[in-house]
Ligand binder design. Structure first.
Ligand SMILES: Cc1cc2nc3c(=O)[nH]c(=O)nc-3n(C[C@H](O)[C@H](O)[C@H](O)COP(=O)(O)OP(=O)(O)OC[C@H]3O[C@@H](n4cnc5c(N)ncnc54)[C@H](O)[C@@H]3O)c2cc1C
Ligand code: FES
Length: 289
């Protein structure tokens, strides 16, 4: 049995598209009217398609927001997101209230905001919020070839604090010319973290991360190496946002179950990401494979 409590508080309502701009070959920046109050970085909304052949909603993280609006950055990967890509300003769109536990506020002075691909938008939200709380924020983001949100990160935390890993070496010279203050490196986010964080550093820091599962798993391993007392506690407090496939999106179907290990007892339990996540303490997430 999975622990996936039904979220009776999740409501669906109709709102309006403010803009829907293409950012890269397959990523779009959707702004919608949203008067449901302030979001926590890491929270998401369900977007509905209003079609009999596609009843299940599509969960998308909130990347940014303000008085009466939110911003959602999404990749077109299938039919649902392809339909969203055709939305125009003024179109009606059904959306849910805010869902999920976001990243908790950092108790430490330094925050590493680590994201990969379309996992970067919720990490941007965390970076912006932590910078507004006066924290020192370092963003380490990774993409195959087409980065997103670099100007937004630079505006929120300063371009000198933004590092970008790219897998396709051929695009790096053009990116360096376009963003002269941002540091690019060939590889992935762990490549960059290993370069910028000295192994002997002992300052405690917070790490908010979202991205593909292999990246999250690599981060879990990476922070384990910073365990000066050898007692299983890293000096990095890692929080991982999981983007499991979802069904209902509010705790009804157990379609989004992941496994969480209690660090004290070692007991593993199955929990619903939509109702108890999507953000979990990094050391508790069980990855297989
Ligand atoms: C909490 C949460 C937050 C998310 N936030 C974002 C976001 O900010 N931006 C964004 O672009 N996407 C995000 N996603 C993923 C997004 O929900 C899916 O990409 C989307 O539902 C796919 O819908 P579709 O109809 O286009 O594709 P489908 O036809 O349903 O699937 C097409 C392809 O997408 C893959 N896919 C479907 N769902 C997911 C998923 N949850 N994660 C990874 N791959 C998936 C499938 O395996 C398949 O290969 C998030 C998912 C979750 C659970
Ligand atoms: S229970 Fe999480 S998606 Fe249905």
């Amino acid at each position: 049995m999975a622990d996936a409590p039904y979220r009776a508080d999740v409501r669906r309502f109709s709102t309006r598209v403010l803009s829907n701009t293409q950012l890269t070959s397959n990523i779009y920046d959707l702004r919608i009217e949203y008067a449901e109050g302030a979001f926590l970085p890491g929270q998401f909304v369900n977007l509905y398609l209003n079609r009999a052949d596609r009843l299940l909603p599509r969960p998308i993280s909130v990347a940014d927001g303000g008085e009466g609006w939110i911003r959602l950055i999404y990749a077109v990967v299938g039919k649902g997101t392809e339909i969203f890509s055709r939305l125009n300003p003024g179109d009606a769109l059904d959306v849910s209230t805010l869902i999920g536990n976001g990243f908790k506020p950092s108790p430490h002075g330094t925050v590493y905001a680590v994201g990969g691909g379309v996992g970067v938008p919720p990490v941007f939200a965390a970076a912006k919020k932590e910078a507004a709380r006066g924290k020192r924020v370092v963003a380490v983001v990774g993409f195959r070839a087409e980065p997103i949100l670099l100007d937004d990160f630079a505006g929120a935390i300063g371009a000198e604090n933004v590092y970008c890993a790219i897998e396709d070496a051929s695009v790096i010279p053009a990116l360096e010319a376009r963003y002269p203050e941002i540091r690019f490196a060939l590889g992935n986010v762990v490549t960059i973290l290993s370069q910028i964080i000295p192994a002997e550093a002992d300052e405690k820091a917070f790490m908010a991360a979202c991205g593909p599962t292999p990246m999250l798993k690599a981060l879990q391993e990476y922070v384990k190496a910073f365990d000066p007392e050898n007692d299983g506690r890293s000096r990095f407090e890692l929080q991982l946002s999981l983007e499991e496939r979802m069904g209902c999106g509010f705790g009804c179907c157990a379609g989004c179950v992941t496994q969480i290990r209690d660090p004290q007892t070692g007991t593993v339990r199955r929990v619903g990401v939509c109702s108890l996540g999507p953000v979990f303490a990094g050391e508790t997430v069980v990855f297989y494979g």
